[in-house]
Design a protein around this ligand. Structure first.
Ligand code: SF4
Length: 378
């Protein structure tokens, strides 16, 4: 069996190919997978009875993001309507889409049709055996190209789908999210280095079967796993933690200054616009982040009267669904209040009504604390 050495299998090594090949190579790994596949793997799936690249390709595309049980009836219906790549290429797109209807991820169906047309137009109706050429066709990524080449032509090419990433992450104790480029690149190098000299079909099918039937996302069957003796996750009690999940995005933070302007038993509140956060509620006047605090404060208070004191209060954080709001409150006491407020959307609000006021919860909590501590309730 001839090994097709592809650019992707060399290039992804980034110049460390021989080092990785030595570090990751382990013939006993593929032997264990092959032996297990022959004894316990899946052998009766409809697409396993053939080396016809058209049928292998069709099954591989359908199996992307879809369970085997759901794929089988679609696969069989497709084959009875489109028995070869020529009939699929010649079919009207509505007919292809109708046959796909219900399988989901419809981009796959559009790519499938385009791919069939290109195989007919550019490759004489024969799927290429070189994974690099297969990857140039619509809807065929590196792992799918390798699976088609391995199952149809016995080419030694490495697969690395989600199931295989999970098996590798656990067996080799790989810390780091497999979707992150450096982790994924390292996994590809390992996948290439682990390829067996013989039996790539059983090995490839074995990796797929292990991921689908034993090393499942939750409750893997470690007790019957052929890789249990070498599984780092099992030995270190990290099966539940590996593979590392996608890191959550940090919630963005916003900042605001809130003015608690108090005159005897009243506080100045502002009516918020109907849209946006806390839309339509009363709240405290705010100083926009980045604004000149002193200048803004003196402008705001000039309309109100003579300021007796301005004290920073304990900052706090309020968490919304999509961001955190860091609030820096300031308590301002007025010595003498001017009657009338320039803007109509401000109101002097009596302290004794604050508990029932239409205020955002964190603002209400702040105000009740301020009034209670200063004993300003009437
Ligand atoms: S021992 Fe368990 S966790 Fe490790 S590869 Fe096997 S099934 Fe997966």
């Amino acid at each position: 069996m001839k090994r097709v050495v592809t650019n992707s299998s060399i290039g992804s090594n980034g110049g460390n190919g021989s080092t990785d090949a030595q570090a990751f190579a382990d013939p006993s790994f593929s032997s264990a997978v092959i032996l297990w596949q022959k004894q316990h793997g899946r052998h009766a799936l409809p697409w396993q009875q053939t080396r016809d690249a058209y049928r292998v390709w069709l099954s591989e595309i359908m199996l992307q993001q879809t369970q085997v049980a759901a794929v089988i009836p679609y696969y069989q219906r497709f084959l009875s309507s489109f028995p070869d790549v020529q009939s699929l290429a010649a079919a009207p797109s509505e007919e292809v889409m109708a046959h796909w209807s219900g399988l989901g991820y419809y981009t796959r169906a559009r790519n499938l049709h385009r791919c069939a047309q290109r195989v007919v137009a550019e490759h004489g109706g024969i799927f290429p055996r070189d994974p690099e050429l297969l990857q140039e066709l619509p809807g065929i990524g590196r792992s799918t190209a390798a699976a088609i080449a391995a199952f149809s032509y016995g080419v030694q090419a490495a697969i690395l789908d989600g199931n295989v990433k999970r098996v590798f992450a656990r067996v080799f104790g790989i810390d780091g999210y497999p979707g992150a480029k450096p982790i994924e690149d390292a996994m590809w190098r390992r996948a290439v280095a682990l390829l067996p000299e013989q039996g790539v079909e059983s090995y490839t099918q074995g990796l797929m079967d292990l991921g689908a039937t034993l090393c499942t996302r939750s409750k893997p069957s470690c007790g019957t796993c052929p890789l249990a003796q070498r599984c780092v996750a099992l030995a270190t009690d990290r099966v539940g933690q590996l593979p590392v999940r996608k890191p959550k995005k940090a919630i963005p933070e916003k900042h605001t200054g809130m003015l608690v302007i108090v005159d005897r038993h009243q506080v100045l509140l502002e009516q918020r616009p109907d849209s946006g956060i806390w839309g339509g509620l009363l709240s405290l006047p705010e100083i926009a982040p980045g604004a000149d605090f002193e200048a803004t404060l003196s402008r705001a208070t000039a309309a109100l009267g003579v300021v007796a004191s301005c004290e920073p209060l304990q900052p706090f954080t309020h968490v919304f669904t999509h961001f955190k709001l860091q609030i820096s409150p300031f308590q301002i006491a007025l010595e003498r209040r001017l009657e009338g407020i320039a803007q109509a959307n401000y109101v002097w609000y009596p302290a004794e009504k604050l508990a029932d006021a239409p205020l955002p919860a964190p603002v209400k909590k702040l105000l009740l604390e301020v009034f209670r501590e200063a004993d300003l309730f009437a």
